[in-house]
Every structure is written in C-alpha cells, then in structure tokens.
Design a protein around this ligand. Structure first.
Ligand code: SFD
Ligand code: AMP
Length: 630
C-alpha cells in the first residue's frame, strides 16, 4: 500500500465540523482569539458552503425568541422546551441559547439572508417562535461569514475526522484523513469544539431500493459527534431521546409550515381527525398531555394510534387549508385569484427551499397541493439534539443562570464544556437542550467558542502527544484500505469475500438490528427488555466484525468510519433505552414491558460514559432540577 503523507497542523482552538454550530463558533472564536493572540482552525468532512443539515437550505428559522418586542421572555421559551420534552431538559442550557439566539438571527439578516417581512416591515412568523425565510442559500451565507472570520488558510475541507487525540484524559486534538488525497491529518490543539451534527441511517429507513439514502435529516451526519466524544471519555445524556418527525411521505417534506402557517388539518382514511378523536389518550400522559402546544412525540403518537389500527393513510389536507385561506377573498375575484397564486407558490417554495425531493415527488406524481391532499407519515428515528430530540453530550451550563441547587450539578467552569477537560460541544453534539434548530445551534456555537477560548487563556499549554499514539491511530484509520488490497482479488465478486465486509453491507446489518429490536419502523417504534438485550448481543458481534471492514478507495474509507461511528451511536442508544425503566416519549419509542410514565422514579436524565481503559459502560441517573418553573 502506498505510504500516506502525515500532515500535522498545530493550533489553539480546533473546531470540528462546518455546520450551523461550527459556523457560529468560527465567528465568535475569531473575535476572542484576535484579542488574545490565538489561532483558530476549522475542519469539515465536506465543503462548508453546503455541508451539514442546512445543505439544501431551509424555509424557516425555527428559533427566534424576539425578546426586544416584549411579547416573549426567556422563561416562555424554557417552558415550551421543558413541556415538549416531557419534563426532561436542562433549563440552564436552553435559557442560555434563548437569550442569545435573536442576535444570531439578526446577523444572518445582516449577512444577506432574506427573511419574510409583512407590509409594516415586521418579520413574518410561521408560528410563535418560527420565522419564514427565502432560505435556499442560508448555509452559503452563514458559511461565508465564518470563512471571512477565520480566513481560508485556517479552514480544512474534505477531511474526515475519526478520533480524538487524548493525553491523560484531556483533549489534545483530533486525527482524520483527506477524502481526496492520500493524506493522514493530525490536528494538535489546546481545546477542541465538536459540531459534527447528529446521526442518520442508524435505523432502517423507509426509503429502500431506488430511493435508498433519502432521509429527512442529512445522510452525511453519521454519529461522529457521539463517537468522538465517547472515545474522549465524555459523558452523554438523553441518548434515548431520538427524534421521529412526521413528514410528507417518501419525500420527507416538512409539516411545520402546513400545520402552523396554513393551519392545515391532518385526517385519516375515514376522514377522522386524530388530534380531535384521540384527545382522551392525552390524559394518560399528564401533566405533559395537557400542555399547549401538545408535545411533538404525543402529536406523533396520536397519529400512530390511527395508523396501527389500520386507519391510515394519514393525509395533510393541503387543498382544504389553501381553499380556506383563499375564501377570505371570495367577494373579490381578482383578489381571490391573486391569493391562490400566492398560496400555491408559498406551498412549493416551502419544499424548494429545504426539501427539494418533495417538490420533485409532487411534480412527478401530479400533485397540485391546492387540489389534492398528500400523505404524511412518521419517519424512521434520528439522533438530533438540536430539534425535538435531545441526544448529545452532557455539558456545563453558564454560571450566571444557575441556582444554589443546580450549580453543583450543571456547572463546571466553562459554558458548553463536556466532562472531558478542553472538549466543548454545540448543536446536535450537545444534549438536553432541544429546540435550538439552525439559529440556536449557531448561537450555541458562539457560546461554546467563547467558553473554549476562555479555557485556552486559562490553560495555555499544548499537551505533548506521543508519536506512538499517532502512528497507532494512523494504522488503525487506514487498515480497511490494506484489507481490501490484500484480499479483493480472492473472489470474483468484490462484494462477497470471506476476508472482509464492505461498509454498505455493514450498515444494512446495523439497520436491521436497530429496526427490529430497538423500535424502528417495522417494529412500530416498540421494544422491550428482551429485544434490547438481543440488540446488544448482535451489536457486539457487529463490533467484532468491524475489524474486517474493507475500503477500495478514500471514499469508501470514509464510509467505513461513518458506519463505525453509527455503530457506537446505536449502542449508546440501546443501552440508554434499557436503563430507563418506563415509557416517557410515546411517539418516539414505546417500551411494551414498561408502558407507563413513572414521574416518581424517572423524572431524571439518563447519562452514559464509556471507559476506554476497561471497555466498560457506566450508566448514571442525574437529577432534573428546574430553574424557571413557577
Ligand atoms: O423545519 C464532520 N432544521 C431546521 N432548523 C431551522 O431553524 N428551521 C428549519 O426549517 C429546520 N428544518 C430542517 C432542519 C434540518 C433539515 C435537514 C431539514 C429541515 C430537511 C434543523 C437544523 O438544520 C439543525 O438544527 C442544525 O443544522 C444543527 O446544526 P449542527 O451544527 O449541530 O449540525 P450541522 O449543521 O448538520 O453540521 C454538521 C457538520 O459536521 C460535519 N461533519 N466533519 C468532520 N469529520 C466528521 N467525521 C464529520 N461528521 C460531520 C458536516 O459536514 C457538517 O459541516 S425543519 O424541517 O425542522
Ligand atoms: P417541522 O416542520 O415539523 O420541523 O416544524 C417546524 C417547527 O414547527 C418546529 O418548531 C416544530 O416543533 C413546530 N411544529 C410543527 N408542527 C406543529 C404543530 N402541529 N403544533 C405546534 N408546533 C408544531
């Protein structure tokens, strides 16, 4: 095998990832670094202009608190998030983001993002917290600002980060490889900020065959945040709180604009409205069943009950919603026609801005939303702590929001630092702070970057990484190429070979295990202790087999590591599902053997740490302490 060149980059702060949180981190870090004479470097597996979840663009900014208007307070937002997550949330983290998010949104506008305005020049809201945008180029605009702040020399694109560099339990950098050139990269840093997004394709997706790969969340977010932080010894939280979004079926188009802006109903095959007919079910989940808005998982659950009873498909009544709005202009023929055109174009733009495949599906299947309803369905589970899931790292909150009661539990020196010294997390990488979305992830990146620079100012030493560790990591990272080279000629079909497994097959096996035993689509999101134990047994065998993964080229080498990252995301999820002995988020998952919520024992965080030295998992219950509740 050809010798890969080793490229070493020394920096003060390393930002890993180039998505919303990393772009926020870049802007803020550059500002503080300049004042302190420090260097900031960013590394992304893709090209920042279109990397991460916002690659295709978005049609809304889902978190805008609008503090200046006086209509909302930070407490209002915290209440919304706590209720939506069935009581399990870190109020200090949510509040910290809520008080900073508006300024991120104002920056986006300053940088050129078109935000819808009404005739008086006010932002057009989709719902109480959401703003409508012309967001096709959202990511390009946000990335440009980050690039300007850091300078192109400090940005490394198309480098896949695999592992942390560790010295005596502290972070000292990261290693990875170029997806274009035969180069192994060693980044040595005094602090590392992780913003590598969430995880997709851990569970078998609904899309198969020609649609394979299509998912709601981006397939290129593969659990790297979880893997990297687990390997660095950082405590995880809420890894059971996966997110299942209800989406337009097969194209995964978003529903928010339809429910909130167009005020559409969703009805079943019999014309019944599950949100009305199933309302009594909400009594089983009090106090959260009684709050407004009804938590996302419970909204899902009511629809799922219809589907499981054979009352599907569920339809978004787009034609009815559009007609109802246009009817307000019934007395004015010209006004009516104009309004209809406006509504049609808004409906299409919602998808064209952020889920283009849904618009293609509408076009190719002759759907005109003003004439015909479209099916909606619960998607497969994703790991995304920035939306209505909560998985991610357990991080320190800000000092000034803590109470005497929370300070010892939720604060350890630097905002957004994980339990591993020097390792910071933001966006999907940080847990228990849901509903930050694109804007809140950007704001959280800024918060974390400021904390990280402060950490460097206080601990200004580059830990000495020994060469043996680096050489070992290099061998480990590149081994799949060697396995391929040594063995691929041994069989006539390169996909089938006794000496190796290719990453796609590995992914299928992982997805089958998760789908069947850990509550995926085929299992109707239901599992139990025996199934979860079976999943662990099969995942352990899959882990053994990961030693035999082979890669034909650099692209496939990335696929290998993406899938190893997915495997660890899967394992921490299953272990956490097992540990929590109740069902708290029906609509996300259901423990058939423990079908009720247990407020007395489980109004608590479930945290997990993997100890590299022993190979053991440690599961911990941490208290939920409220700061803002009346
Ligand atoms: O409505 C490595 N999101 C929405 N947010 C909104 O504010 N409004 C919306 O309208 C939203 N909708 C939506 C959303 C997402 C998607 C996919 C759709 C629709 C179709 C959510 C936000 O996008 C999300 O909350 C943030 O983007 C999260 O930010 P962050 O920074 O946590 O993740 P990222 O942006 O995906 O970036 C991840 C980065 O990591 C890189 N990366 N780099 C190096 N090595 C590795 N091993 C790496 N692995 C990953 C990626 O390249 C990327 O740069 S709605 O439907 O909900
Ligand atoms: P979505 O398009 O489903 O990601 O939703 C966008 C935003 O609207 C998120 O903040 C959701 O939590 C919120 N949302 C979506 N549907 C509803 C609904 N039926 N009721 C209240 N909030 C909703």
């Amino acid at each position: 095998m050809k010798e890969f060149q080793t490229v070493t980059v020394e920096t003060d702060l390393l930002i890993v990832g180039g998505g919303m949180s990393a772009c926020g981190a870049a802007v803020e870090a550059a500002y503080w670094a300049k004042q302190n004479g420090l260097k900031v470097t960013l590394v992304d597996k893709a090209a920042m202009d279109r990397s991460g979840a916002v690659a295709m663009g978005l049609s809304a900014i889902n978190q805008y608190v609008d503090l200046k208007s006086g209509n909302n307070t930070v407490k209002n937002y915290v209440d919304y998030v706590r209720q939506d997550l069935m009581g399990i949330t870190r109020e200090d983290l949510v509040a910290n983001i809520a008080r900073h998010v508006d300024s991120s949104v104002h920056l986006f506008e300053k940088w050129g993002l078109p935000i819808w305005k009404d005739e008086e020049g006010n932002y057009v809201h989709e719902g109480r917290w959401q703003l409508m945008i012309n967001g096709e180029s959202y990511k390009v605009i946000v990335a440009e600002a980050a690039k300007n702040a850091l300078g192109n020399d400090n940005i490394y694109e198309r480098i896949f980060i695999v592992e942390p560099l560790m010295v005596d339990g502290k972070i000292a950098g990261a290693v990875g490889f170029s997806t274009r050139e035969e180069k192994f990269y060693v980044f040595k840093a005094k602090s590392v900020l992780v913003g590598m997004g969430g995880a997709v394709h851990i569970f078998k997706p609904r899309s198969t065959g020609e649609g394979l790969g299509r998912a709601w969340y981006p397939p290129w977010n593969t659990g790297s945040s979880t893997y990297f932080t687990l390997q660095a010894g950082a405590e995880q939280t809420c890894q059971e709180v996966r997110f299942i979004p209800v989406r337009f079926k097969d194209g995964y188009g978003p529903v928010g604009a339809w429910f909130l802006l167009f005020k559409s109903r969703a009805t079943n095959a019999m014309g019944g409205e599950y949100m009305v007919e199933r309302r009594p079910e909400l009594d089983n989940w009090v106090p959260y069943g009684k709050v407004k808005p009804i938590p996302a998982n419970l909204r899902n659950y009511l629809g799922m009950l219809d589907t499981m009873e054979g009352k599907g498909p569920i339809f978004m009544r787009t034609e009815e919603a559009i007609q109802k709005i246009a009817n307000e202009f019934a007395d004015d023929e010209k006004g009516y026609k104009k309004k209809m055109k406006e509504l049609e174009s808004e409906a299409w733009e919602d998808f064209l801005d952020m889920t283009i495949s849904q618009a293609l599906l509408w076009a190719s299947s002759n759907v005109q939303p003003e004439e015909k309803s479209s099916e909606i369905a619960a998607a497969e589970p994703y790991f995304i702590g920035s939306h209505s899931g909560a998985s991610g790292c357990w991080v320190s909150g800000p000092e000034d929001i803590q109470t005497d009661e929370t300070k010892g539990e939720y604060f350890w020196g630097y905002a957004n630092m994980s339990t591993t010294p020097g390792l910071f997390c933001a966006g999907d990488a940080s847990g228990a702070s849901s509903h930050k979305f694109s804007s809140g992830s950007h704001a959280e990146g800024r918060i974390a970057a400021k904390g990280a620079i402060q950490y460097i100012v206080d601990n200004n030493t580059q830990l000495a990484v020994d060469d043996a560790q680096i050489n070992e990591l290099k061998d480990q990272l590149l081994k799949p190429l060697q396995i391929w080279e040594d063995n691929h000629a041994m069989s006539s079909d390169p996909d089938i070979n006794p000496a190796y497994m290719r990453p796609k097959m590995f992914m299928f096996r992982l997805q089958k295990i998760m789908d069947e035993y850990a509550g995926g689509v085929s299992a109707q999101f239901t599992t139990n202790e025996a199934m979860l134990n079976k999943a662990l047994e099969l995942l352990a065998m899959l882990r053994e087999d990961s030693e035999h993964l082979a890669a034909e080229d650099l692209h496939e080498l990335m696929r290998v590591w993406e899938n190893i990252h997915r495997l660890w995301q899967a394992e921490v999820h299953v272990r956490t599902l097992l540990f929590r002995e109740e069902t708290r988020w029906p609509g996300y998952y259901f423990r058939a053997d423990m079908p009720k919520m247990d407020e007395e024992n489980w109004l608590a965080f479930v945290n997990a740490t993997w100890h590299k030295d022993t190979g053991e998992w440690e599961m911990t219950k941490r208290p939920v302490k409220y700061i803002f509740k009346d």
